[in-house]
Design a protein around this ligand. Structure first.
Ligand SMILES: Nc1nc2c(c(=O)[nH]1)N[C@H]1C(S)=C(S)[C@@H](COP(=O)(O)OP(=O)(O)OC[C@H]3O[C@@H](n4cnc5c(=O)[nH]c(N)nc54)[C@H](O)[C@@H]3O)O[C@H]1N2
Ligand SMILES: Nc1nc2c(c(=O)[nH]1)N[C@H]1C(S)=C(S)[C@@H](COP(=O)(O)OP(=O)(O)OC[C@H]3O[C@@H](n4cnc5c(=O)[nH]c(N)nc54)[C@H](O)[C@@H]3O)O[C@H]1N2
Ligand code: SF4
Ligand SMILES: [Mo]
Length: 735
């Protein structure tokens, strides 16, 4: 057969790097960046290069599984599993009503983006409103902030115009959130000459190293710093008065609210140098173009909404939004065209009254239903109970409070987990559906474009799009299904009509799916792209993807009858800001002699969330260390590689300690997506689930339900001698 090379887009993260996959004698042998693709310059990270290992992994799930009464799993044909699921669903709906069926769309959606359209369509056809997603345990604060502040219709400034970029709690070099295409290269060319980078992060990250000003702050103090920067900008008088007069309201109230946040107060409280604060403010005031961005660090720490809101206010004060005649950034290509005007869209209420959970009075919000409360909601019996869940993600490792998540998921009558491996989340399912891998299905770029409409860290600044057919067929001895077909075939069995719609397009026309003759994925893609700026058929003509000049657009003039204003003084946000200054620092942070460290979130280069557990050995990343500053390691009396216990008031994990001189003292930084299940000290090299240290009801945000997931008080302890003995007695199995 020889060797052939085929192109696809890696979906092991949202960068969607174009890659070339070499197939030798029918077996995927190599993957590397596609040098002929625009924008990316041939970039491909270690995860992309690992795609052959993932594809060929001996433990790849080739057959679906059903949980048996004794808790074991037995193979079942995928069609039989679907019959079984459909029967159970009918039962659940007739006893408990349609809202007893829920969907969680998380990282599992990425590899097979069509499922992101069919899952909500299935729920809608059933009549259930219980649509959950990762957004509400990710960065919901950004969405809440733009609801409270209002959005600038012209959108963000195009990177070609930037003099400054402010980044709060995000590390694009590793996460590829912001600068998503070849971030190292982009940052180098952008910030070497053209623009100045300001980073707020307790760690001198791979990104912060390139910053002109790095504010290495105490975790959780982002509202303090942003209020301080607003204070300085207003005090300097160098804000955009005309823009504020024409487009905003609440300036005086904002000014009064930040009055207490003087540079000295902010510097002391947030643990940063006062000179650096002044420098940052100066760079902001001097900028004529720029953009601001918040990441998971900012949004997962306490008062993430407030951080994101203040970032928006600061950006508006400086007038850093695209004006009439400017290039539109993130233009739609595989979505419908959208004309943009140089004017505000008014604020909207962040809470939606119509869908309510029974937990903590939480509602659906602009960020969706609160996933942070889903486990508790499942465990509440009675009217409104959820009994069935389609899980497109790795909840066992990604949702806060692992024990509660396990209890909730195990209590369900039906838990459907599509997977390519028997992951910790598959291991609590009633039905595990073996799915196709990302190399076995076609791909197009629409998903990231849609994501960019609510998160500007994703998508493309240029009008880029790409489509690629599947690279390889599933193994001959397998019985796997593409995720979207699960929803389709269940709808068919229940006699339901699916209609696809873009949830972020308020005037989208639902596209009915042919429920008699099952479409191909390409046909489904056509429906998803109905009315797109550039027809999918045209995108398909460009095998390496292309920049579609016809989709480039400029911001139009303000409409004469526009009366909308951006809100600089949302009462709820300013009340929160008052609480910040009224609460003594220690109490604010909740640290104490007993819980002296702050745990912060972090991502690593080699893994994405909970995905791909089985190839982690090859990536030498079966475990996740606890990163500590060398001084903190010395004070604990341990050495690098030694096991430590990290505990919060709610749980404990064991993991090896690793030195990170770039971390702020007093912080411990740990990646999520590892470990799972009961943990003994001797398991410390197996990976530890940091979500054991969190609780869904601690800090639960009143709008989005996100609990505190960063800047969480913990203690780090040397593991006692008897536990260390245990470790010596039982050498861990890394295989
Ligand atoms: N403590 C802590 N918790 C966090 C975070 C944090 O920073 N700290 N981050 C949060 C964030 S931002 C997010 S987005 C969530 C992400 O968490 P999730 O939304 O749960 O996403 P993943 O962990 O990527 O999901 C991977 C799982 O999806 C399932 N799956 C379904 N279909 C497929 C498929 O086609 N292919 C593959 N490979 N798997 C499939 C598999 O079970 C797989 O294990 O985690 C959140 N949790
Ligand atoms: N390699 C890899 N890439 C990924 C993922 C992955 O798991 N692995 N996950 C993907 C997902 S789901 C997402 S949502 C994105 C997230 O993308 P990012 O938000 O960029 O995620 P991180 O790289 O964890 O960066 C978060 C930063 O916040 C800092 N931080 C923690 N607490 C605080 C705080 O209180 N204040 C401030 N200012 N900073 C703080 C941390 O030190 C860290 O540097 O990444 C995506 N890309
Ligand atoms: S950055 Fe790595 S994991 Fe993400 S799409 Fe590109 S190659 Fe894949
Ligand atoms: Mo995320």
């Amino acid at each position: 057969m020889g060797a052939v090379t085929k192109g696809t887009l890696c979906r092991s993260c949202m960068s969607m790097c174009p890659i070339e996959v070499t197939i030798e004698d029918g077996v995927v042998a190599r993957a590397q960046g596609d040098a002929a693709a625009p924008i990316y310059q041939g970039f491909c990270c270690p995860k992309g290069r690992m795609l052959p290992e993932m594809q060929n992994h001996p433990q790849r799930l080739k057959h679906s599984l059903k949980r048996q009464p004794d808790g074991s799993y037995a193979p079942i044909s995928t069609e039989q599993a679907l019959d079984d699921i459909a029967t159970k669903l009918e039962n659940i709906i007739s006893v408990h009503g349609a809202d007893a069926v829920a969907v969680y769309l998380g990282g599992g959606n990425l590899e097979q983006p069509a499922a992101g359209s069919t899952a909500p369509a299935l729920l809608k056809a059933i009549g259930s409103r219980m649509m959950f997603s990762a957004v509400t345990i990710d960065q919901p604060g950004m969405i809440v902030a733009s609801a409270l502040h209002g959005e600038w219709d012209g959108g963000r400034m195009h990177p070609s115009t930037w003099d400054v970029f402010l980044l709060v709690g995000s590390n694009p070099v590793i996460s590829k959130q912001y600068f998503a295409q070849n971030p190292g290269q982009q940052l180098k060319s952008m910030f070497r000459e053209q623009a100045k980078l300001i980073v707020i992060d307790p760690r001198r990250t791979e990104t912060a190293r390139r910053a002109h000003v790095h504010l290495q702050s105490i975790p959780g103090e982002d509202p303090t710093i942003l209020a301080g920067l607003i204070h300085l900008v207003i005090a300097s008088g160098r804000f955009d008065r005309d823009f504020i007069r024409e487009n905003t309201q609440g300036f005086d109230r904002l000014k009064a609210a930040v009055a207490k946040f003087t540079p000295d107060y902010v510097a002391k409280r947030a643990g940063v140098e006062v000179d650096l604060l002044h420098q940052a403010a100066r760079l902001l005031c001097e900028a004529r173009g720029g953009d601001f961005a918040t990441g998971t660090g900012a949004a997962m720490a306490p008062r993430g909404n407030l951080t994101c809101y203040l970032a928006s206010c600061l950006q508006t004060l400086l007038g850093l939004w695209a004006r009439e005649g400017d290039l539109v950034s993130k233009p739609p290509v595989l979505q419908k065209p959208r004309s943009r005007r140089a004017q505000p869209n008014p604020p909207v209420r962040p809470r939606s009254d119509d869908i309510k959970l029974r937990v903590r009075g939480l509602h659906a919000s602009v960020a969706g239903l609160p996933t942070g409360a889903l486990a508790e909601e499942i465990l509440l019996p009675g009217k409104g109970t959820i009994r069935a869940l389609f899980m497109h993600g790795g909840a066992m490792l990604s949702w806060p409070q692992e024990d509660l998540v396990r209890e909730a998921l195990e209590s369900l009558d039906l838990l459907v987990v599509p997977d390519i491996e028997f992951s910790p989340t598959a291991a609590v399912a009633t039905h595990v559906l073996a799915t196709t891998t990302q190399l076995e299905v076609p791909v197009m770029t629409q998903l990231c474009e849609i994501a960019s409409t609510f998160h500007h860290g994703y998508g493309w600044d240029e009008p880029y799009a790409a489509y690629r057919p599947a690279v390889i067929r599933p193994p001959a001895d397998s019985d796997v299904i593409e995720s979207w077909r699960i929803h389709y075939r269940i709808a068919q069995r229940l006699g339901l009509q699916l209609e696809l719609t873009n949830p972020f397009d308020p005037v989208a026309v639902p596209q009915p799916v042919d429920m008699i003759n099952e479409p191909t994925t390409d046909e489904l893609f056509e429906l998803m792209c109905a009315g797109s700026t550039v027809p999918l058929a045209e995108v398909k003509q460009h095998p390496h993807g292309a920049i579609f000049e016809q989709a480039r657009s400029i911001v139009g003039p303000r409409s004469p009858d526009c009366v909308a204003r951006l809100e600089l003084a949302d009462p709820e946000m300013l009340a929160e800001l008052d609480k910040v200054s009224e609460t003594p620092e220690r109490q604010w942070r909740s640290t104490s002699a007993e819980w002296p460290f702050l745990l912060i979130a972090r991502r690593n280069h080699h893994t994405t969330n909970a995905s791909h557990q089985q190839v982690r050995d090859k990536l030498k990343k079966r475990y996740n260390p606890a990163f500590l500053h060398p001084d903190d390691i010395a004070a604990l009396g341990v050495e690098e590689g030694d096991p430590v216990m990290v505990a919060s008031p709610y749980g404990e994990i064991f993991l090896p300690v690793e030195s990170d001189p770039d971390l702020r003292c007093g912080t411990v930084s740990i990646s999520h997506g590892f470990g799972g299940g009961r943990m003994r000290p001797s398991d410390y090299m197996q990976g530890a689930n940091v979500n054991r240290l969190l609780r869904t009801d601690i800090g639960s945000d009143p709008i989005t339900g996100i609990p505190h997931m960063s800047a969480v008080p913990v203690v780090v302890r040397k593991v006692k001698a008897d536990a260390a003995d245990l470790i010596r007695e039982k050498p861990h199995d890394l295989g």
